[in-house]
Ligand binder design. Structure first.
Ligand SMILES: [Zn+2]
Length: 304
């Protein structure tokens, strides 16, 4: 006969009377409208290299080009390096071709009547180094951080703010990176810091948590809204290259003027949803590299 202590009994569940009426929100927990993605499902943004298991993709690369994700984002990520490389190549070609074709179309529309006089190009003449940094560093990293990073399975209400900021800046002619360089980039950085700060604080400040939760719940119901909001903001931000003489005509023509960037943003958003944020950055950099190389060729021809 042993004298073992009795096995600890599992604690009885609290009775109904013991349960508080409503669990008070703890100060440091952030309400999560949807559970975080499974650790083996979606690697975090900073994980550039997926694990071997994640590199398998049973879909075909062609299926990843389907634009339906822009209407019904399904967040099915493909981590197959072969698919990513193939699709980025196809997307870059489509992207560049579309931007050129739609840019020509926009110029033709602007040439009609007095429409063009309402969009005076704001000319900048940066040095080659600054132009290279703008095209290959600022645009892919900055613009994609503001307009593609907030597109995610779990909505990020406050992270949409920097994208909205650059759209407002583009429309109002507020200092923009392409014209004012340092000042514009600094203001973009402030906008990103404010959005990110509010996003991080929403886990601690109750008012922000309430706003975040309410907007997130709405965004979960309409997942295509943040996608198209950011595509529109990205396009409107590029109005910075024009000084607009506002009129009804100007407002009606704006959708045509920004068509190339609507196209660019739509393709980059498909890539962001399918292949992740870094792939969208690479697509942006690849298209801008082609633009830069063409500029270099024309620059050299002008010297002859
Ligand atoms: Zn795939």
């Amino acid at each position: 006969m042993t004298n073992d202590p009795p096995a600890p009994q599992p604690a009885a569940p609290p009775s109904i009377q013991q349960m508080p009426e409503r669990a008070l929100p703890k100060r440091r927990t952030r309400p999560r409208p949807v559970p975080a993605p499974a650790p083996d499902g979606q690697p975090r943004m900073w994980e550039l290299m997926p694990t071997t298991a994640n590199r398998q993709c049973d879909s075909s690369a062609w299926r990843h080009l389907n634009p339906v994700v822009l209407v019904r984002p399904d967040w099915k990520r493909c981590h197959s390096p072969r698919h990513i490389a193939q699709c980025l190549l196809i997307f870059a070609a489509l992207d560049f071709g579309g931007v050129v074709a739609l840019g020509i179309f926009a110029e033709v529309v602007l040439a009609i009547g007095d429409v063009g006089s309402r969009f005076a190009a704001t000319t900048i003449d940066p040095s080659w180094l600054v132009w290279t940094l703008l095209l290959l560093v600022y645009a892919p990293l900055g613009e994609e951080a503001m307009c593609r990073w907030p597109i995610a399975q779990r909505p990020r209400a406050f992270l949409l703010l920097p994208g909205v900021y650059i759209a407002v800046a583009g429309i109002t002619g507020f200092p923009d990176a392409a014209q004012y360089l340092g000042a514009g980039i600094l203001l973009d950085a402030v906008a990103i810091a404010v959005g990110l700060g509010l996003h991080l604080l929403s886990g601690r400040v109750r008012v922000l948590a309430a706003i975040d939760q309410r907007v997130d719940r709405w965004l979960l119901r309409w997942p295509a809204v943040p996608v198209w909001l950011m595509i529109s903001c990205f396009a409107l931000a590029h109005l910075a290259r024009y000084e607009i003489d506002w009129s009804v005509t100007a407002i009606l023509v704006i959708p045509v003027v920004v068509l190339p960037w609507l196209w660019f943003g739509a393709l980059a958003s498909i890539v962001r949803i399918r292949f992740g944020w870094w792939s969208a950055v690479m697509l942006h950099a690849a298209v801008n590299l082609v633009v830069l190389l063409i500029d270099v060729v024309f620059g050299l021809l002008a010297l002859l």
